[in-house]
Design a protein. Structure first.
Length: 674
């Protein structure tokens, strides 16, 4: 199917959309089998106040669905992820029913019934007769293009496909299909709605299997073809370099063999090479090993499997981009958040280099003729930002950190991408300034990836240089002539907070929380965190002592009371508007970070320092306190920053840092020496 209308611009921050409808009050899910109840649980967890209808044609799935939701809630309570009052609200107002008439007041209906075109058409004809004319109606089909399901509807403009990934209550992505019949307002609303309720929506074109399942289904199908040369475990093992779990392990989890047969048969409309492997029909469960297990895998066999699975991965990736099914940004991102890839396909290609990718594609063409080959030069598939989205609003560039799977944590590459956008537009007269924010409603940025740091523990000079290198973005920000505002939309922790405090001004949502948790790992915030806050907001010194030395989190209100946050607002939309206004207010009035010494009062270190219930290392706390004092006494900002880098180098040589970082990597509580 050709792309007849321009695809909705998806590699943008969906929360910048001003929706033309409110959040729904009543939602129906049609089909309470494997995935329907999971979609229901996600919706009730995100919007506990809604009325939810789970509709099925049989009693049994409805009974199972009710038990499943109760089980999820109980698990969330047991793991202290949900409070009792929310749990009650989540389980309240759910109707498990066989009576379609109950859904008449629904604002949104999501069909998740058996994968069958006539059945889905019948369901939608029935739904359309019951619900109001504005109700949005969607299908969770894994593979069927929207026109085949919805073209007989009286009002197709309010219909589309919203494709979830298992487990749908937790998995972040939802593909929203931008098909010809759907109204732009509906596609735009759904794009906003899913982001607003905690998902990471991706817009794709209306082709068989949409975007991400084209990768997943063919990855699994190719693995099944390889079974004539290798065992299930050998194939899973060889793919572990790229995915957290191999194709057969995942197929078992998802009961996926019939799905691959069905979806690949549909893809055969594009060519016989998509034919499902015959073995998929004769096997119920695969004999797999747990990911990470030891498996005997000779190097030459490993190489052959690797070439073949990469061949299909690259082929599908090139094809998706060449046909405009989705964007490079979303494909790279989606493979990681939906399919368990450790890196996006274009990252794998970049690491390998052009020559190696060409070799794999040539070999793949010989072994599996018919599959798509790249239509553009290698470099054109690499030319995009992996971790940030860049939007424009009233002449202001909005930079959104998009790593919701890691609470928008920073890394060297994220920093480089931010820096490149700032550098690119600093001198552009059409750009008035910048806003930096995080994707979603929960986190601005929850810190920085631990990256190469563990290998530097114990090496003072390397650690000092590491922080100096990491500070490139911040040092550039300090010199910027154009306003830069941090729009803090939730948690701003550690390295994330060190970016926010270097912006010329901070605005925040009321749920924002600010914290330097480094000391709980036996280290300190080395990228200016120990010195910059004191220079910018000296009135907050005693609070900063506690934040840095004792890991104390502060609320948006506390941050606002000391002047660190200029404005607090209720929601994301207001946040961005306020941030854009602040950019305009700051024009020609940017305050640079004060030079000279700062009076920061006394720092008292408790005999047994604690961060909440976590005992801290007295040695580490003393180094942090000394760094703060020396930084405040420094005669210039650059001297103070240097002191901060050195403080980091010193703390990196302590036993506390070694223990803190090891504990973090081993996911345990650190045991610091007294
Ligand atoms: P399933 O077979 O487990 O459940 C389907 C349910 O639909 C059954 O409970 C069945 O009784 C019910 N049903 C059948 N006819 C109905 C009707 N007329 N009205 C109401 N309910 C009816 O299927 P599933 O795995 O939950 O998949 C549902 C849909 O979601 C399919 O289109 C599938 O392709 C898609 N999907 C599934 C997954 C997954 O992980 N299971 C992932 C993405 C998309």
């Amino acid at each position: 199917m050709d792309n007849k209308k321009e695809l909705y611009p998806t590699a943008h921050n969906p929360l910048l959309i001003k929706p033309r409808r409110p959040l729904p009050n009543e939602i129906a899910i049609i089909g309470a089998g494997t995935i329907g109840p999971d979609i229901g649980y996600y919706l009730k967890s995100a919007l506990p106040g809604i009325k939810l209808f789970l509709v099925d044609v049989a009693e049994k799935p409805l009974q199972n669905a009710e038990k499943r939701l109760e089980g999820y809630v109980q698990k969330a309570i047991d793991r202290t992820k949900m409070k009792q009052d929310k749990a009650e609200a989540v389980l309240k107002n759910i109707s498990y029913t066989m009576d379609y008439d109950q859904i008449k007041a629904c604002d949104l209906v999501i069909e998740a019934a058996t994968e069958n075109i006539p059945l889905k058409q019948k369901i939608f004809a029935a739904v359309e007769k019951i619900v109001g004319k504005d109700t949005i109606i969607t299908s969770n089909t894994s593979s069927i293009p929207a026109d085949r399901i919805f073209s007989k509807m009286k009002h197709p403009e309010r219909t589309t496909i919203t494709h979830f990934f298992a487990p749908a209550w937790r998995s972040l992505p939802v593909e929203v299909i931008d098909w010809e019949g759907a109204g732009r307002e509906v596609v735009e609303y759904l794009f906003w709605f899913f982001a607003q309720t905690g998902k990471a929506p991706i817009i794709t074109d209306n082709v068989i299997c949409f975007m991400l399942d084209r990768v997943f289904d063919n990855w699994c199908n190719e693995a099944a073809y390889l079974l004539k040369d290798a065992s299930v475990s050998q194939i899973d093992k060889a793919t572990e370099e790229y995915v957290f779990a191999g194709p057969f392990f995942v197929l078992n989890m998802a009961n996926g063999n019939p799905i691959i047969i069905e979806t690949n048969t549909l893809q055969m409309e594009e060519g016989a090479h998509y034919k499902p492997a015959a073995i998929l029909a004769s096997v119920d469960r695969w004999l797999t090993h747990r990911p990470g297990s030891k498996v005997d895998l000779p190097d030459d066999l490993k190489g052959a499997i690797r070439d073949r699975v990469l061949g299909i991965l690259f082929s599908q990736s090139f094809d998706i981009i060449d046909r405009g099914i989705g964007t490079k940004e979303d494909l790279n991102f989606g493979c990681q958040i939906a399919l368990g890839f450790k890196k996006g396909p274009f990252d794998v290609m970049r690491e390998m280099g052009e020559g190696e990718v060409a070799r794999i594609m040539k070999k793949f063409q010989e072994e599996r003729p018919g599959f798509p080959q790249p239509k553009e030069p290698f470099s054109s598939y690499q030319d995009f930002k992996r971790f940030i989205l860049v939007d424009e609003m009233e002449g202001v560039k909005i930079i959104t950190l998009r790593r919701p799977q890691a609470m928008n944590a920073l890394s060297d590459e994220v920093n480089d991408e931010i820096l490149s956008v700032l550098q690119q537009h600093e001198r552009d007269p059409s750009v008035e300034g910048f806003v930096i924010t995080g994707y979603g409603n929960n986190a601005f940025s929850a810190g920085a990836d631990i990256g190469k740091f563990p290998s530097m523990l114990g090496d003072r000079d390397a650690s000092i240089q590491y922080t100096r290198d990491c500070a490139k973005v911040q040092v550039f920000m300090d010199r910027m002539q154009k306003p830069l505002v941090a729009a803090v939309n939730g948690l701003a922790l550690g390295g994330g907070l060190e970016v926010a405090i270097r912006c010329h001004c901070m605005v925040a949502t009321r749920n924002a929380r600010f914290q330097f948790p480094e000391i709980t790992l036996g280290i300190l915030p080395g990228i200016g965190g120990c010195v910059v806050p004191y220079r910018k907001w000296p009135q907050g010194a005693s609070l900063f002592h506690e934040m840095i030395c004792l890991g104390r989190p502060i609320s948006a209100k506390e941050a606002s009371d000391i002047g660190m946050v200029r404005k607090t607002v209720d929601d994301y939309s207001q946040l961005i508007q306020t941030a854009v206004r602040e950019v305009k207010n700051l024009k020609g009035r940017i305050d640079t970070i004060p030079e000279g010494t700062v009076d920061i009062g006394e720092i008292t270190i408790p005999a047994e320092p604690m961060a909440g219930k976590q005992p801290l290392s007295r040695e580490a706390v003393s180094i942090a306190a000394r760094t703060i004092k020396e930084g405040a006494a420094a005669k210039s900002l650059s001297d103070a920053l240097e002191i901060c880098y050195i403080g980091f180098g010193e703390i990196a040589c302590t036993e506390a840092a070694r223990e803190g970082i090891s504990a973090f990597l081993e996911k345990r509580r650190p045991q610091f020496q007294k």
